[in-house]
Design a protein around this ligand. Sequence first.
Ligand code: ADP
Ligand code: ADP
Ligand code: MG
Length: 548
Amino acid sequence: GCGICVKKCPFNAISIVNLPDELEKNVVHRYGENMFKLYNLPIPRLGNIMGIIGRNGSGKTTSIKILSGLLKPNLGQVGADLEWDDIIRRFRGTELQTYFAKLANNEIKPIVKIQYVELVKRRLKGRVGELLKKADERGIVREVVDKLAIKHILDRKTSELSGGELQKFLVAAVLVKDADAYFFDEPCSYLDVKERLRVAQAIREFIDVSKKYIMVVEHDLMILDYISDQVSIIYGEPGVYGIVSKPYGVRTGINHYLEGYLPAENMRIRREPIHFRIQVDTRVKPETEYPILKWTNIVKTYRTSGFKLFIEAGEAYPGEVLGIIGPNGIGKTTFIKLLGGILEPDEGEVLVSVETISFKPQELSPKIFPEETVAANLRRASPSTLNPASWIYAELIRKLGLNKMLDRYVADLSGGELQKLAVAVALAKQADLYLLDEPSAYLDVEERLSVAKVIRRIIEEKRKTAMIVEHDLMLQNFVSDEVIVFSGKPGVEGYASKPMSNREGFNKLLRELGITVRRDPQSGRPRVNKPGSYLDRQQKSIGQYYMP
Ligand code: ADP
Ligand code: ADP
Ligand code: MG
């Protein structure tokens, strides 16, 4: 058998613990002796958008660097500066041979949307509108600005942009370039659901896939599914080696990834399947419990900015996780401040309020980590987090893998590692209400699942309440008991619904976005319907926007 499969394997599969020796022929790049090794590459193909899924540290960005010509592969010969001819010969007989031949001859002009948008603040100085105009080789800047709805940021300096605004600016700057190969490395971090869909649509609309190569790395599987035609899965051991799979059709590829078994290579990539429990109806509330929070209909206006927020009455119980969906600038933080008594309502009242709130902000600035090392930040949040015998150490620190990086410096952490630390710091603190704003940003699918499980477990155990702002709908559906949907006009007025079942809340959101989502029969995961397709029309006609 494969050596890791929990069931009796009928396929006599190979797995990441019994890799064949001949695989060594397939090394594409190695950073140094005893350093990360990449096997195979995803294949850029005209006519197909290629999606890439895989764990953090498995070689996704490395693959993009190689295919975009930023990194010349050494085929595993550390220190060698190979001739392009050698590299091309290595891929003889494969689709990559032609690709590399063109790349070596400068017949392919590549462009990359980089993964960490924050880096741009330092590297690209100036105003968004001017920068976009300068980048605009195709004369489509107006249409792109319209499609991504970024007109209001054109006069702003890059240094003043929020994470989501930076993301949209960078996607726009890539779309207006006249390139032959377009690479999008995680284009959805910091974006709300509507913006994610817009980015997905813009990639299809503005790049002619029959003439251009397009590749997208994305961990929001509903969006990756929506953008891509095919997917390649990168598996292996994060930080040690990564192996790129053959291309699969997008639906089956994502399902195989979740299942943990790749049939075309007869390879088991993980011990257990990843299973997002998709629960759409509300959990029954225990009759004996008192709400931890209770509020009437509330109206709040900021006199200085004029922003107006209308809140529907609701309540929250101990052990409950409430999902929050809605765009930025719609009043989510204002809502939380009202619940915590930091702000007073103009009309209505908070009947049962909380005293302390622990908050994980959306953007991971150094400000939220006052100490230098991982351990010191955790100790500061709560001393017991570092006691290996404590419950919180077992359920929080170890489950997020932070025990392996306690001595590391915050400044050296990757985006995903920073995120896990931020979530742990927020959950370790003593509070009545926990607010986590986009805990999934920069996390891979497996980390998203573990963070979601950790949140649920800790909130249930502490008998407190958490509110989770999360735009990855599959994850949001998994983590929350009920959802509050914010709608309205960002910056002008917001409406917060009462807490409702996932089904009701997602229906409301998707109806406003005009898209429908079905359930994949095999994996149970949500899939976006093609606009105008039979299912799309049918679900709209009966008002079932979310997984009937
Ligand atoms: P992913 O994008 O899938 O998260 P990357 O391709 O960025 O992964 O990185 C894969 C592995 O290679 C990681 O362990 C990373 O630390 C390592 N790595 C990336 N760049 C370098 C480099 N320049 N030198 C040495 N190791 C590197
Ligand atoms: P979200 O958390 O959904 O991003 P916020 O509640 O932070 O939204 O903000 C909603 C709107 O209210 C935004 O337009 C914001 O600029 C405005 N706003 C937030 N705080 C204040 C304040 N103290 N005074 C005036 N306007 C504010
Ligand atoms: Mg990466």
